[in-house]
Write a protein that binds this ligand. Sequence first.
Ligand SMILES: Cc1ncc(COP(=O)(O)O)c(C=O)c1O
Length: 452
Amino acid sequence: MSTGVIAPARRPEIKTELPGPKGKKIIEADAQFVNPAYPRPSFTLVAERARGVWVEDVDGNIFLDCNAGVAVCSTGHCHPEVVQAIQEQAAELIHICGTDYYYRHMPQLAEKLDAIVPVQSPTRTHFANSGTEAVETALKLAMHATGREKFIGFFNSFHGRTMGSLSLTSSRAAQRKGFKRQALDVVHVPYPNDFRNPFNPADCGDGGAGEGALNWIEERLFKTTTPPEEVAGIVVEAVQGEGGYVPAPQNFLEGLREICDRHGILLIVDEVQSGMGRTGKMFALDHYGVKADIVCIAKGIASGLPLGACVARADLMDWKPGAHASTFGGNPICIASALKTIELLEGGLIQNSAEVGAYLKAGLERLKQKYECIGDVRGMGLMLGVEFVENKTSLKPAPELRDRIEVACFERGLIILGAGTQTIRWSPPLVLTKENVDVALDIFDQAIAASV
Ligand SMILES: Cc1ncc(COP(=O)(O)O)c(C=O)c1O
């Protein structure tokens, strides 16, 4: 029987085959009763408990977690202060419904967000339960505020799976297949990935992929299918997440801001994955000195409780009662967890994300020198991507190798997850230490050596 406490481990401990006997039973039951559309990776983690950066599975195996429940457990698993905040709030008020009643938590967190988001204050916040709902809110609000209905999004983006956000999402065919025409009028532009510049060099000038994307919007879209005066919003990830952990070029985000200002278009920045300290600043956009009109937040904001937020310029969010609301969104327990999470982020974890992220990146760069199959190491803070290629000359994507490495890491007790088809994302809890990094890099190195 388990003690219920994970001893402070230094290295992963794998004691059974993976999955172990108890894990196998759960996977069987899952296959029978649970939605089969969850896009689970080729390794199978059946979690039982977790603390900090360590996850124990049902069979007692202990893993070093460098994924954090897909960039969610920002303060580490079950941070004691977060647990305490949740428990105290649960004993006071679990739910009352912010659509009809008031409670202190909503204005408290909204005021805090006003102070920290990369949107010009004053702002207003709508509280939701997930990333996709935060994006839905942004889309509705942009249409409402501008009276326009077209949107511009980017290929390989991920903004969620409900019908509005799905119209933007374009990172895999499986996300769209079977759902017929997209619900919203969205046109997609190649994302300015500097490592795989999708644009004609002549359209890029000296400005690389960023300039190529801006030209595409102004010279192709605006002059053909998408008159700017009909565009409500441009929706962009400052660091493309599910698409492969690709940071936007500086000139691209600056240029989008200018285009939006020139044409009365709203700049909607999706910080669902990149926000809340993950990149070594509170928001990825803070690296660029660019302000959005609307920001979407979820994942890391409440250390694992379901909370989404759409924060907009106050003059935009002036819709009337009934226009948009949510029964559970901004639940007091989730907000208590978010307020504690932000306190911990500001109290040192953002700094840790920057410092340990730089240390991890330096280690990954060393592995890039060592291995012919690592084409690119990129990102900021603890949002780092490693792209695998057949070799450094062809730079041909190596998706099967990436998948093998993912599994080989897991078998050695390191949880990391793919993003895009050939990239591994590093999105650990922001409490990760340099000692943890040394262990993780050692396993990653072994896994690559065993997989090439
Ligand atoms: C950038 C981005 N936006 C939106 C979403 C959707 O969030 P959720 O799964 O909470 O609906 C995600 C999820 O991965 C994301 O990475």
